[in-house]
Design a protein around this ligand. Structure first.
Ligand SMILES: [Zn+2]
Length: 434
């Protein structure tokens, strides 16, 4: 830890705290996580998941983590309910056992990709037609990991007053990269035509006419509408921060700044109610409007139940999924980043499984040769197909060809990349899945 005290931005942390952190490695100073939620329903297709007592190591009270998620369903609520009930388990099953905390956190982004794809695949095999957005947040100590498909957003205001977007916006209207991906995978993107040929409404993709480029479910749209989540992992400073997770009912009415400002200084439950009230007040109850507010607080701040008043006025907005342009090296940016103690650990939004399940990281054992990296099914020797292969033809595999997919997950992967269609033959695949 040479030069630890001279590190940028760490001068503000008392030495005693630094020592404590190094000696006990998070055990002593885990944050308090307080939450509240509020919702006004119009169609009844928004669902939330809140679990504050999960354990990385079953039975070890020091290994707890919390889960907060919003599922905004469309064309019915079956996909949202199915995801609420199965997604967490599918993510956790994709993490090998016996990992240290650091290894567990490093494995999480890939496990989220596997869990989202498995949940989508299992749901679609049941031949339901609804779909859902998912914004899925796991908080372990000061580390926040967010996986998202669709347009339910998660924003973070750090205690230092900076605002971060922790989810991606997979609305075709707002995401050119996704429009290009959908077209390259064989989809068509356009607006509805009214009589007279005038284009109306938001950009949609066809077949299906969905405004989103990623979701779980949606059997009736093209398979280029993928369930592969954008994942972002950050570590808060030990001054903490506030997360606001909301469905588009909130974000169509309020900017991030408005949501933060209208609830400033309120405890989490009152803040969530205030944000929903403000969103509905602005434009009426046009859509299901749901909000979860999570305060990650230093333990000593717990006594006054209201978070310390934050800096008034506008926060510093950081659009982190445009980080290439935001993290420029201009003088003012450097000053901001020194004041800002939120560390970015991981971010990837690619729709390519080969990239998302890549083994280029120091985690042995994550992908065993005999287990499918997506659905975790055990395969017979020689049965798996490398996620890096370009055809599903069997060939002799070498240990470094992994991660491997089972035949059915390989069919899913190729369909998502526009190479062939699997949904024409859902029932046939059901038959193959023993
Ligand atoms: Zn599989």
């Amino acid at each position: 830890m040479a030069g630890g005290q001279g590190k940028k931005g760490e001068g503000m942390v008392p030495l005693a705290l630094l020592l404590k952190r190094e000696l006990s490695s998070e055990r002593v100073e885990r944050p308090d996580v307080l939450h509240g939620q509020a919702s006004q329903a119009r169609k009844g297709e928004d669902f939330t998941l809140v679990k504050v007592d999960c354990q990385r190591v079953p039975g070890d009270g020091l290994s707890t983590f919390s889960v907060f998620a919003i599922f905004d369903g469309h064309n019915g609520s079956a996909a949202a309910i199915y995801s609420k009930e199965n997604l967490l388990n599918n993510i956790l099953c994709a993490i090998p056992s016996n990992l240290s905390r650091d290894e567990w956190l490093a494995a999480l982004p890939r496990a989220m990709v596997a869990g989202f794809v498995k949940t989508d695949k299992d749901f679609i095999d049941k031949a339901h037609f609804s779909g859902t957005t998912v914004t899925f947040v796991i908080i372990d100590g000061w580390v926040v990991t967010v996986a998202s498909v669709g347009d339910s957003r998660c924003i973070l205001e750090s205690a230092e007053g900076s605002v971060y977007f922790l989810s991606a916006d997979h609305r075709l209207e707002a995401n050119n990269e996704e429009v290009e991906r959908v077209i390259a995978s064989g989809g068509q993107v356009g607006r509805l035509n009214s009589i007279g040929g005038v284009e109306i409404g938001p950009l949609r993709c066809w077949p299906g006419g969905l405004c989103l480029s990623r979701s779980i479910g949606d059997l009736d749209v093209g398979e280029f509408i993928v369930p592969i989540p954008h994942v972002k992992q950050v570590k808060l400073s030990n001054a903490g921060g506030r997360l606001i997770i909301s469905s588009d009912g909130v974000w169509d009415a309020l900017t991030a700044e408005m949501a933060i400002n209208c609830s400033r200084g309120l405890p989490a439950d009152a803040a969530a109610s205030q944000i929903v009230k403000e969103a509905v007040h602005g434009r009426g109850l046009r859509d299901d409007t749901t909000c979860i507010v999570v305060d990650v607080l230093p333990p000593e701040k717990l006594t006054p139940s209201v978070p310390a008043p934050r800096k008034q006025g506008m926060g510093i907005f950081k659009f982190m999924f445009q980080r290439k342009t935001c993290e420029s090296s201009s003088h003012s940016d450097r000053e901001l980043s020194e004041a800002d103690l939120v560390e970015e650990i991981f971010e990837d939004g690619s729709a390519k499984l080969a990239q998302r399940l890549s083994t280029n990281y120091p985690l042995h054992n994550m992908f065993k040769l005999i287990i499918c990296a997506i659905c975790q099914v055990t395969m017979r020797p020689g049965e798996g197909i490398s996620v890096n292969s370009t055809s599903s033809k069997h060939r002799r595999l070498r240990p470094w060809d992994g991660p491997l997919l089972c035949k059915s997950c390989q069919v899913k992967r190729e369909a998502m990349e526009g190479k062939k269609h699997s949904r024409d033959s859902v029932s046939r695949h059901n038959g193959e899945n023993k």
